[in-house]
Design a protein around this ligand. Structure first.
Ligand SMILES: NC(=O)c1ccc[n+]([C@@H]2O[C@H](COP(=O)([O-])OP(=O)(O)OC[C@H]3O[C@@H](n4cnc5c(N)ncnc54)[C@H](OP(=O)(O)O)[C@@H]3O)[C@@H](O)[C@H]2O)c1
Length: 127
């Protein structure tokens, strides 16, 4: 993450998200945590010096606003939400974010039970 200072995290309230937020905060990054439920995310991280933004995965305008001024987005949404990342990627590009790290940490992104035929991969979508 060298060269990036302002990081937005989507899915921060999840299993991987919680330790990720703590590590990146400890390392000195300026974090914006994006959740569909800001009360939930504030309860988890209210003691940290981070920003909170609420946005549904299909709310392009809210996502663009949340990503404006952000250097890099890290997505740690759960496996069943991977397809929703396509709208996060589009909003990040439109907001001028330099880097998007998709949530593909070990799951089979081609698994039909996750997406049917619509979803190819976040990596392909970003090209
Ligand atoms: N957990 C593990 O043991 C494990 C192991 C290996 C790999 N992984 C991989 O790591 C990544 C994250 O997994 P995780 O277990 O940390 O995820 P998770 O806890 O199941 O979910 C993370 C966050 O995703 C958001 N989310 C859930 N459903 C959503 C939806 N329909 N639309 C948009 N956002 C939604 C939620 O955030 P908000 O409600 O705040 O919006 C949730 O807190 C995945 O790629 C997973 O395959 C996980």
């Amino acid at each position: 993450m060298e060269g990036y200072k302002k990081i937005a995290i989507v899915g921060a309230s999840g299993v991987l998200g919680k330790p990720l937020v703590k590590q990146l905060a400890r390392a000195g990054y300026e974090l914006t945590l994006i959740s569909r439920d800001s009360a939930k995310i504030k309860e988890a991280f209210g003691l940290l010096d981070v920003k909170f933004k609420e946005a549904e995965a299909d709310d392009a305008q809210a996502l663009r606003e949340a990503f404006t001024g952000i250097d890099a987005v890290v997505s740690v949404v759960g496996s069943l939400a991977l397809a929703s990342q396509l709208s996060y990627i589009d909003a990040a590009v439109e907001a001028g974010v330099q880097r998007f790290i998709p949530s593909e940490f070990g799951c089979d992104t081609q698994a039909p039970y996750l997406y049917g035929s619509r979803f190819v991969s976040n990596a392909d979508w970003m090209k």
